[in-house]
Design a protein around this ligand. Structure first.
Ligand code: HEM
Length: 301
C-alpha cells in the first residue's frame, strides 16, 4: 500500500522517495523508530535522526549519496549546501592507499581506484573505501559509521560524544546530553551565548581528559558551524528550543512533536558561515593552524 499523496504533500518532510511502511498513516510523518541492535549509526545526531525516521535506510548500511542528499535537503537546507555536506564525504578516504594495478592503463586512468586513492586531489573529508567506488557507474554508497572517520569531519571535543582517544567517538553519552540541555539559562531555549559557554566548558573538560587532544582552528570552525546549523535549521538563528534539542540529542529524533517543521527558505552556505563566525567569536578560541573559511564551515560543519 502506498502513502496517500495528500498526506505526503502536507508532511514537513516530503522527499521524493517514500517507503510506505515507514510513513505514518494518521500523522502523515515519517515514523520514528529507534535503531535496532544491528543498525549502524554515525557520530552525527542529525544523520542518525534521518536514519531513525527512515529518510535514509534505517539499517544505516549501504546508504546511497543521493538518498542522504535528498534527506538533508528535506530539513530545509539549500540544495547547494546539502550537496556540499553530502558529497564531501562520498569521496575517496585519503588515509587509504591502494596497491598499484598490473596494467599501465589502470595506473594512468584518473578514475581508477589506484589513481583516486593514492593521488586523491579531491579533499580531506572523503570516507569512501575503494570497493565502494566499484559500485560506479551506480552512485556511491557507504555505511553510516564511515562518517565517523577521525580527522575527516569527525573531530575531538564533541558536545555529546567522547574523543576517539577515549575509545568511542560515535555513541551519544547521556551525561553529556544532560550537560548540553542544562546549558539553557532560561530553561526554554539554548541561545548562541549558551552554546558558546558549552563549547568552552567542553574544551576545558577534554583538555583535562584527553592527553592526545587534537583541536585546532580547523576543528573549532567545524564545531562552530555545527552550532550554526542547529540554530538556523531548528531555531531562529539566535536561539533554539531546549525541548527540540532534547529530541535530537537525547533520542536522535527530529523534533516534529516539539513543533518543528522544515523551513521553506532553504538555509544556505553564506547564512551558516556567517553564524558560525559569530559562534567562533563568542567562544573566543584562537587555536592553532589554519581554518579554511567558507568551504570548511559549509562542508566540515
Ligand atoms: C551529509 C550530511 C552530514 C554529515 C556527513 C555530517 C557529519 C557529522 C559528523 C562526522 C559529526 C561528528 C563531529 C564531531 O566529531 O563532533 C557531526 C556532528 C554534528 N552534526 Fe552533522 N553531518 C551532516 C549533517 C548535519 C546537519 C544537516 C546538521 C544540522 C542541521 C548537523 C549537525 C551536527 C551537530 C550539531 C553535530 C555535533 C554533535 C556533537 O558535538 O555532539 N549535521 N556531523
Amino acid at each position: 500500500m502506498s502513502a496517500p499523496a495528500s498526506k505526503e504533500a502536507s508532511s514537513p518532510l516530503s522527499p521524493p522517495f517514500t517507503n510506505a511502511s515507514d510513513f505514518h498513516p494518521t500523522t502523515g510523518q515519517y515514523r520514528f523508530t529507534p535503531p535496532t541492535p544491528t543498525a549502524i549509526r554515525s557520530p552525527c545526531p542529525i544523520v542518525n535522526s534521518l536514519a531513525n525516521h527512515s529518510l535514509i535506510p534505517h539499517t544505516g548500511k549501504g546508504v546511497p549519496a543521493h538518498r542522504l542528499y535528498e534527506a538533508v535537503k528535506s530539513l530545509g537546507i539549500s540544495p547547494l549546501l546539502a550537496y556540499m555536506l553530502t558529497y564531501a564525504v562520498y569521496l575517496p578516504d585519503p588515509t587509504i592507499t591502494v596497491p598499484p594495478p598490473p596494467s599501465l592503463w589502470s595506473r594512468l586512468n584518473p578514475f581508477s581506484p589506484y589513481f583516486l586513492w593514492n593521488k586523491n586531489p579531491l579533499g580531506e573529508f572523503g570516507m569512501l573505501k575503494p570497493e565502494q567506488l566499484e559500485q560506479l557507474p551506480k552512485l556511491p554508497i557507504m555505511d553510516l559509521d564511515q562518517i565517523g572517520r577521525h580527522g575527516g569531519v569527525e573531530h575531538d571535543v564533541s558536545l555529546s560524544r567522547l574523543d576517539t582517544a577515549q575509545g568511542d567517538n560515535h555513541t551519544r553519552q547521556p551525561n553529556l546530553v544532560s550537560q548540553l540541555l542544562a546549558t539553557s539559562k532560561d530553561g526554554l531555549n539554548i541561545t548562541l551565548e549558551d552554546w558558546a559557554g558549552l563549547r568552552k566548558l567542553r574544551l576545558q573538560q577534554q583538555t583535562d581528559a584527553n592527553k592526545e587532544l587534537h583541536f585546532t582552528k580547523r576543528e573549532n570552525h567545524s564545531a562552530a558551524a555545527e552550532i550554526a546549523f542547529l540554530l538556523s535549521v531548528f531555531g531562529d538563528g539566535e536561539k533554539v528550543g531546549k525541548e527540540r534539542m532534547g529530541a535530537i540529542f537525547g533520542e536522535e529524533r527530529l523534533p516534529i512533536m516539539e513543533g518543528w517543521s522544515a523551513g521553506r527558505k532553504g538555509v544556505g552556505v553564506l547564512q551558516v558561515n556567517k553564524l558560525a563566525g559569530e559562534v567562533e567569536k563568542a567562544v573566543g578560541f584562537e587555536g592553532q593552524g589554519m581554518g579554511k573559511g567558507l568551504v570548511q564551515g559549509a562542508i566540515g560543519h
